[in-house]
Design a protein around this ligand. Structure first.
Ligand code: GLN
Length: 480
């Protein structure tokens, strides 16, 4: 096995016993990128100048090759959200998660591809073209953190950061057969994460196994005065929750999630996972989340409203692209705004700006935005009611396995339904994760979602780790 194929905890063990060095591991990852990324296209930009290695301290705790998503700011590194409108933008500061990672010795490999501004479920909305699924290069890796998931699954990194607004860590984790965690809203600082929908966005890990997810979560979690929504709760050592013991834990299965539209192979894999956890002593019961049928509609009002406000800042004045009008139409400055936004944003971004602006406009606000906020509360109340009697909820992560590139690009609604099982979690602000639980006959990974209440990441990781240790899906490797 070469070094790039290992997990972070395996590498840390080898470094400790002097069987390898951070430099060897980094070089092994970089060669994998050179060899494979022309096929996978996980990265939009790599940093091969080894700048982090040159400054690496001998006592660094986590000198691990790390992949960043192209919407998280690293000082001085071009960061574009895979959009033309941010071409050439170099942030003048580090996101808090990057600062924390740098303090532990992280070695950055590059920025991973994503759907433009994280709008999408396939990476096909990237201005750089789609990434490919390492298990089948004709399929999408999911999105919007598709590049991060594909990089982890093809061993072109050790672990990666993603961001999740409606499923963007969990759904690509599911499609690529890796582990992806969306922490509680407020657990991880959003400072330096380029905003999509500020009340929903959360940064989280994409890793090869649950232990690595716990380790990376340990590094990035915690209160940050630079993010007013970050919460001042102590950060436990998440690796301590990996006890392998789920005896007596009560797990809810929401009946609304096992209906029409769920691929039978996905259903079977999740049902088999329930049996594995039952054998480990967990107790299952059927529960109800009655408002889940409204979650996609509610999300697409709230997320687009916030996105339309957040994207107003890209006007050619301060960031990235600036286009000049060829002929004067209105006034030079107005023409410049319009030309820049027209040339800089892709079709999905324009669709969302228009949807969001519409639902926030006078006369429609009460009918759409305000009503969506009320339904959001009902969705959160549904989860609270279930968690009064359950420790966790188990569902499929996505209704299908990875679809073909191009299959859903002409049908935004079909694409939006890809997140039907993940979106309500963001609306409620609770944590959830995806981990591999099988493969379809066509050889594509299937993901299992575990959801817990606010700040109960430890229970979530405990269930995930117990399941993982009882199976060997996480040991399967995509051969690119
Ligand atoms: N696929 C969803 C969307 O397009 C979620 C994206 C995300 O979590 N960033 O909005």
């Amino acid at each position: 096995m070469s070094l790039n194929e290992l997990t972070a905890h395996e590498i840390l063990g080898l470094i400790k016993t002097k069987k390898t060095t951070p430099n060897d591991v980094y070089q092994s990852v970089i060669s994998a990128v050179r060899e494979k990324d022309s096929a996978v296209k996980a990265y939009v930009r790599t940093c091969e100048n080894n700048a982090d290695l040159a400054t690496l301290k001998a006592d660094a705790k986590f000198p691990i090759p790390t992949t960043n998503k192209d919407n998280i700011c690293i000082s001085g590194h071009e960061t574009t959200c895979s959009s033309k409108i941010l071409a050439g933008f170099k942030p003048p500061y580090d996101a808090t998660v990057i600062k924390k990672l740098k303090e532990t010795g992280a070695l950055f490999v590059g920025n991973a591809n994503m759907d433009e501004f994280a709008f999408g479920s396939s990476t096909e909305n990237s201005a750089f073209g789609p990434s490919r699924n390492p298990w089948n290069l004709d399929c999408v890796p999911g999105g919007s953190s598709g590049g991060s998931a594909a990089a982890v699954a093809s061993d072109q990194t050790i672990w990666a950061l993603g961001s999740d607004t409606g499923g963007s860590i969990r759904q690509p984790a599911s499609f690529c057969g890796v582990v992806g965690v969306k922490p509680t809203y407020g657990r991880v600082s959003r400072f330096g994460l380029i905003a999509f929908a500020s009340s929903l966005d959360q940064i989280g890990p994409l890793t090869k196994d649950v232990t690595d997810a716990a380790l990376l979560l340990n590094i990035i979690s915690g209160y940050d005065p630079m993010d007013s929504t970050s919460i001042n709760e102590p950060v436990p050592d998440y690796t301590k929750s990996l006890t392998g013991d789920v005896r007596g834990l009560k797990i809810g299965i929401p009946k609304e999630f096992f209906i029409e539209g769920l691929d039978p192979e996905v259903r079977q894999a999740v049902e088999a996972a329930i049996e594995v956890l039952k054998a480990k002593g967990a107790v299952f019961k059927t529960v109800s989340l009655p408002h889940s049928e409204y979650s996609v509609a509610t999300y697409y009002i709230i997320a687009t409203a916030e996105a339309s406000s957040n994207l107003a800042r890209y006007d050619g004045v301060r960031f990235g692209l600036r286009e000049q009008a060829k002929t004067l139409r209105k006034a030079p400055i107005i023409d410049m705004f319009e030309e820049t936004r027209d040339a800089g944003f892709g079709a999905e971004s324009k669709r969302r700006i228009m949807l969001g602006t519409y639902s926030l406009s006078s006369g429609y606000y009460d009918a759409y935005y305000l009503r969506a906020q009320k339904v959001r509360t009902l969705i959160k109340n549904d989860f609270d009611a279930v968690f009064a009697d359950c420790d966790a909820i188990l569902t499929p992560t996505a209704p299908t396995t990875a679809f073909k590139i191009g299959e859903k690009t002409d049908d935004p609604l079909a694409m939006y339904l890809s997140d039907i099982y993940t979106i309500s979690v963001n609306l409620a602000g609770i944590p959830a994760m995806s981990l591999p639980c099988g493969f379809s006959k066509a050889g594509l990974p299937i993901g299992l979602q575990i959801i817990t209440k606010h700040f109960a990441e430890e229970t979530m990781l405990r269930v995930a780790h117990t399941y993982e240790q009882a199976t060997d899906w996480h040991k399967k490797v995509a051969k690119v």
